[in-house]
Ligand binder design. Structure first.
Ligand code: ARG
Length: 471
C-alpha cells in the first residue's frame, strides 16, 4: 500500500487536499489526525452514511441506483470491518476519510457522491450519537450485573447484623443486606441518569451541514427515522457546536466512579485486620514483594485511584468547551479522547468491582460481634423509654446516663444488670433486654426503607423489579 501521507494524496487522501498546493509537515499530520481515536466509531460512521445515502437516493438528490450501490457497498464494508477482512488504514486523517476513501476506491464516482449535502461537522456529531446509543446500554448492563451480584449477597444476609456507621463511629445496627441495598440504590440512580442523557441525544444532527444546513433538498426527518432517532436537532449552528452530551455522559461516569470509589473505600477498610468483615478472594487480591503475609485489596484501591482519571476527563471536556464561540471549532475533536477514556475506565471498573465483590467471603460473625460494644443500641434504649411514655429528649438523657455508667463500669448496655439500668430510670423493666439486643434493634426498625428483614426483602424485590424492567 502506498505509504504517502493522508494529507498529500496518499491512498486515503485528506478530503480537503484539493485547495492546497503543498502538503503539511509530517509532524503536523501526526498532530491533527484523529483516526487512532475515532476508529472505534467505524461501524457508526458506515451506518450513518448508509442512512444519508439512502435519503439522497429517495429524494432524488443523487440517482437511486447510485444510492443503492453506495448502501450495498457500505454494508459490505461493515461486514468486512467486523470480520477483520478490511483493516482500518491508520494513515487516513479520520474515520470519515477512511470509509469514504474505501467506498470511492470501490465505486468510483458513485462513492464520490456520498458526502453530498453533508459535512464532517454534522457527520461526527452523528457518529458520536450513534456510538453512544449503542455503547451506553452496554455500560448500563454492567451496572445491572453489579446490582444483581449485590442482590445475591443481600438475599442471603437479611439477618446478618452489622454496625451502621455515621462519622465512621458505630451508630445503630443494620444488616449486611441493608448496607448492600444502599449501594444498589446509588447504582439504580446511575442507570437512570444515563437513560436521561440518552433521551436527550436521540435527535439526528445530520443535515446541519458544516454549520448552516444545506441548500439541497435534504430530508432530515427521513434520515432521522431511518437511523432510529426520535427527531432532528432544532438549530444547525447549535448542532455542530454542541458537545453537552459528552459532558453529560462524562458526568454520569464520574458519579458512577464516585460510587464505586466509596464502595471500594469500604472494601479496603473491611478487609483490614481491624475490621475483617470481608475476605477478598485470592484471585482478586495481590501480594507484597517483601512482606510474605500480605494480601492486599489492590483492585479496590485501583478503582478508587482511577476515579480521579474520570473526573479529569470530565474536567478536560468542560474546559475544552468553555471558551468556544459558535459554531464548530477543531477543539471539539478532542472530545472523543476524554469521553472514550472515561467510558472505558468506568466500564472496566464496574466489571472488576463486580468480580471482586461476588467472589469475596463475608465474615458475618465478625460483623455481628462488632455490633456489641460501642453502644450502638443506645437509641433503642431511648426508644424503649419513649414507648413507656417518656418524652424523647428526656429518654435521650436517660440513655446517655446509662452509656456513661456503662463506660465507667466497662459494660455494654445489655450486660448491665436491671438494677444498674433502673438507677437511670425507674421505667426500665426486665423486658428491656429483649429490646436492646442488636437483632431486636434491627428487627424493630420497620419503617419503609429500614433495616428490618421484611423491609429489606421489599427493597430486594424492588431491585429485582428494576432489573426485570431494565433488561
Ligand atoms: N475529526 C473531526 C472531529 O472529531 C471531524 C470534523 C472535522 N471537521 C473539520 N472541519 N475539520 O471533530
Amino acid at each position: 500500500m502506498d505509504k504517502k501521507s493522508a494529507i498529500d494524496g496518499g491512498n486515503h487522501a485528506a478530503l480537503w487536499h484539493g485547495r492546497f498546493k503543498e502538503g503539511p509537515d509530517a509532524e503536523a499530520v501526526a498532530f491533527e489526525t484523529s483516526i487512532h481515536v475515532d476508529a472505534r466509531m467505524a461501524l457508526d460512521d458506515v451506518r450513518g452514511s448508509i442512512g444519508h445515502a439512502t435519503m439522497l437516493g429517495k429524494t432524488g438528490i443523487i440517482p437511486a441506483e447510485e444510492a443503492e450501490a453506495i448502501a450495498t457497498e457500505l454494508a459490505n464494508i461493515a461486514v468486512e470491518l467486523k470480520t477483520g477482512k478490511l483493516e482500518i488504514d491508520t494513515s487516513a486523517e479520520d474515520i470519515h476519510s477512511f470509509i469514504e476513501g474505501v467506498l470511492t476506491d470501490r465505486l468510483g464516482d458513485a462513492g464520490r457522491k456520498v458526502h453530498t449535502g453533508r459535512s464532517r461537522n454534522d457527520q461526527i456529531a452523528l457518529d458520536e450519537r450513534l456510538y453512544l446509543k449503542r455503547a451506553i446500554p452496554e455500560l448500563q448492563k454492567n451496572i445491572c450485573d453489579l446490582i444483581e451480584a449485590l442482590i445475591k449477597i443481600a438475599e442471603k444476609n437479611t439477618k446478618s447484623i452489622m454496625p451502621g456507621y455515621t462519622h465512621m463511629q458505630r451508630a445503630q445496627p443494620v444488616t449486611l443486606a441493608h448496607h448492600l441495598c444502599a449501594w444498589c440504590q446509588m447504582l439504580v440512580r446511575d442507570y437512570g441518569r444515563l437513560n436521561d442523557a440518552l433521551e436527550r441525544i436521540n435527535l439526528s444532527p445530520l443535515g446541519a451541514g458544516a454549520l448552516a444546513g444545506s441548500g439541497l433538498p435534504l430530508n432530515r426527518e427521513m434520515t432521522a427515522a431511518d437511523l432510529d432517532f426520535e427527531g432532528v436537532t432544532a438549530n444547525s449552528l447549535d448542532t455542530v457546536a454542541d458537545r453537552d452530551y459528552c459532558i453529560e455522559f462524562a458526568s454520569c461516569f464520574s458519579l458512577i466512579m464516585t460510587h464505586l470509589s466509596r464502595f471500594c473505600e469500604e472494601v479496603v477498610l473491611w478487609s483490614t485486620e481491624e475490621f475483617k468483615f470481608i475476605d477478598l478472594s485470592e484471585k482478586w487480591s495481590t501480594g507484597s514483594s517483601i512482606m510474605p503475609q500480605k494480601k492486599n485489596p489492590d483492585f479496590a484501591e485501583l478503582i478508587r485511584g482511577r476515579t480521579g482519571k474520570v473526573y479529569g476527563n470530565l474536567m478536560a471536556l468542560l474546559t475544552m468547551m468553555k471558551g468556544l464561540p459558535l459554531s464548530y471549532n477543531r477543539d471539539l475533536q478532542e472530545d472523543k479522547e476524554s469521553l472514550f477514556a472515561a467510558y472505558d475506565t468506568t466500564t472496566s471498573c464496574l466489571r472488576i468491582f463486580t468480580y471482586m465483590i461476588s467472589t469475596a467471603k463475608w465474615n458475618t460473625e465478625r460483623m455481628a460481634a462488632a455490633c456489641v460494644g460501642g453502644y450502638a443500641n443506645a437509641t433503642d434504649l431511648a426508644d424503649y423509654l419513649v414507648r413507656k411514655g417518656m418524652p424523647f429528649r428526656t429518654a435521650h438523657g436517660v440513655a446517655a446516663s446509662a452509656v456513661r455508667k456503662g463506660i465507667e463500669k466497662h459494660k455494654n448496655l445489655e450486660d448491665m444488670s436491671l438494677s444498674e439500668l433502673r438507677e437511670c430510670s425507674e421505667l426500665i423493666n426486665n423486658d428491656v433486654f429483649d429490646k436492646i439486643a442488636p437483632e431486636a434493634c434491627v428487627q424493630a426498625r420497620l419503617t419503609t426503607g429500614g433495616p428490618a428483614a421484611e423491609r429489606v426483602n421489599e427493597q430486594i424485590a424492588g431491585l429485582k423489579h428494576f432489573l426485570d424492567s431494565a433488561n
